[in-house]
Every structure is written in C-alpha cells, then in structure tokens.
Ligand binder design. Structure first.
Ligand code: NDP
Length: 263
C-alpha cells in the first residue's frame, strides 16, 4: 500500500486528506492519505522516512523547511524558495511547488489578463507573483509593511507599501493576506480598494470556503470573483499527478477531488 500525508501546524482543518482519498478511492488505488501535525519543521524529512511515506504535501508554516531539506528541488519551487509537494523516487525526496500552477489553473476561467495586483507579500504571494511573471503578465505587489518586499524587488517585480502606493488600473486584484481568515477586516483601506475595483474586472481571494469582506466588496461593485477553493483543488490535482508520475488524466483526478468542495 502507498502512503501519503499532509504536514502542517495546525493541520486538523485541512481538506487535503479528503481530496486525495476521494481520488484514491475513485481510481481504485491501494493507498491512503493521512494528516500529520508537525511542530518542528526541521524534522519534516526525518518524519517522512519514519512514517514510510511515498509522498506528502506541506502547508503553513513548513514550506520553506521542506524546500531546504529535500534532496532535489524541481522547477518553479527553486524561484519561490518553498515546497508544498514531496515525492519519493529511488530513495530520494524531490520537492515541487504546485501552489503556483494551481493558482494559474484556477484563474483560467477569467480569460486573458494583462495586469495583476497582489495584496500581501508572504509565501502565497511569492508563488502567485512568480507564476504570473513567468507567464508574461504585469505583476505588482502591495503590502502593509516593508520587510517582505525585497524578494519581489530582487525578481524585478514592483512592490510597494501602503505609504508609497499610487492606485492605477489592474485587470485582477488578488488577496493573499491573512486579513479575513479569522476576522472580518479588509486587506487594504476601503477607499483605495474601491478605487482599484472600479478599474478592475476580477477579484480573487486565496482564502477558501468563506465570503470575506474583500469578496463581498468585489460583489457589491459587480466584479467577477473567486475564493481560493479552485486554487486548493488544482494544487492538489497537480500534487496527485506527481505522486503517481503522470499515470492518470488530470481531468479524471479533478473530477474525483472536486467532490470535496461545494464547487
Ligand atoms: P504569510 O504569513 O506568509 O503572509 C501573510 C501576508 O499577509 C503578509 O504579507 C502580511 O503582511 C499580510 N497580512 C497579514 N494580516 C494582515 C492584515 N490584517 N492586513 C493586511 N495584511 C495582512 O501567509 P501565506 O502567504 O502563507 O498565506 C496567506 C493566506 O493564503 C492564508 O490565508 C492561507 O490560508 C492562504 N492559502 C491558500 C491556498 C489555497 O490553495 N487556496 C494555498 C496557500 C495559502 P506583513 O508582511 O506586513 O506581516
């Protein structure tokens, strides 16, 4: 039997086990996907081996530890500096980042975009900014504080704090901040957000299964919007595809995993 897990802290809320076990069951595979509460990120690879895992997903706050400790980092994970998927092959642990492509697949329904403003500058913002830049879109980052902006500036991405930002037209506004996750606050001053939405076509909040104030304001202003469910779904589909070395059709995996959501 093959064994997979998600590592996180906290991890009890994660729906990854449900998504992956639905795909395992739907495809008739001899496997199981469990959840593992990991306190110390430094132990991620040791615990991976102790549990006898074939693959894993990694969530907050361990993605940077996974990046640093896996044997090989593949593709866009190298630019982002974070790994959310670990795959064991020939006794080596390979690290991937499927959050970036998961986001890109999620926004496909918006159609062609030229410019995107990302609110927040944490790990998720890095993944999203990197994939959008790679795809040739104009990307800017807006964060409440300075410290995390160096990563973006270093990669040639315009990044501002609230103090020095001047509002202009963007096709899509993405909230990657934790504002709205456990509270009901907006990620940015309401007046500035209204100015941005007035010119934008779309809004995306990476927070899932919740109508945040950000999404409510977008709706009030008649903007097409999405929460983070589709991103979560697609990062999971792409991780499963890596676990099984591209053996199954992505659409089939998606159909099984989608049952975990109200999509
Ligand atoms: P980080 O902790 O790395 O970054 C959080 C960012 O939010 C920082 O830029 C921080 O600003 C900003 N921030 C926090 N609180 C506020 C606030 N009240 N107002 C304005 N800005 C704020 O988090 P992650 O990037 O790892 O995760 C962010 C969100 O993404 C989480 O809600 C997580 O659940 C979600 N997520 C969703 C996924 C999906 O598949 N849908 C995948 C991965 C994550 P500062 O720098 O000033 O501290």
């Amino acid at each position: 039997m093959r064994l997979f897990s998600i590592f996180g802290n906290p991890v009890s809320h994660s729906i990854s086990p449900r998504m992956h076990n639905l795909a395992i069951k739907g495809l008739g595979l001899n496997a199981c996907y469990i959840r593992t509460l990991l306190q110390d990120g430094n132990q991620i690879i040791d615990i991976f081996h102790i549990l006898g895992l074939d693959g894993a997903n990694v969530t907050v706050p361990h993605k940077e530890y996974a990046f640093g400790l896996c044997d090989e980092r593949i593709g866009i994970a190298n630019t982002i500096g974070a790994v959310n998927t670990l795959v064991k092959k020939d006794n080596l642990i390979y690290g991937y980042n499927t959050d970036a492509d998961g986001f890109y697949r999620a926004i496909a329904s918006f159609g062609a975009l030229e410019s995107v403003l990302i609110l927040g500058a944490g790990g998720t913002a890095k993944a999203i900014a990197t994939i959008l830049k790679e795809k040739g879109l104009h990307v800017e980052v807006l964060n409440r504080s300075q410290a995390r902006l160096a990563y973006f500036v270093d990669k040639g991405i315009s990044a501002n704090t609230w103090e020095n930002f001047k509002a202009k037209k963007f096709d899509l506004i993405v909230n990657t901040t934790a504002a709205g996750l456990t509270d009901d606050v907006l990620p940015l001053d309401k007046g500035i957000l209204k100015t941005l939405f007035a010119d934008a076509h779309f809004a995306f909040d990476v927070i899932y299964n919740k109508k945040t104030q950000f999404l409510k304001l977008a709706k009030e202003m008649d903007k097409e919007s999405q929460d983070g469910s589709a991103m979560l779904l697609h990062q999971g589909v792409l991780a499963f595809d890596l676990f099984y070395d591209h053996r199954f059709d992505l659409e089939t995996i998606t159909t099984h995993m989608r049952q975990a959501f109200k999509l």
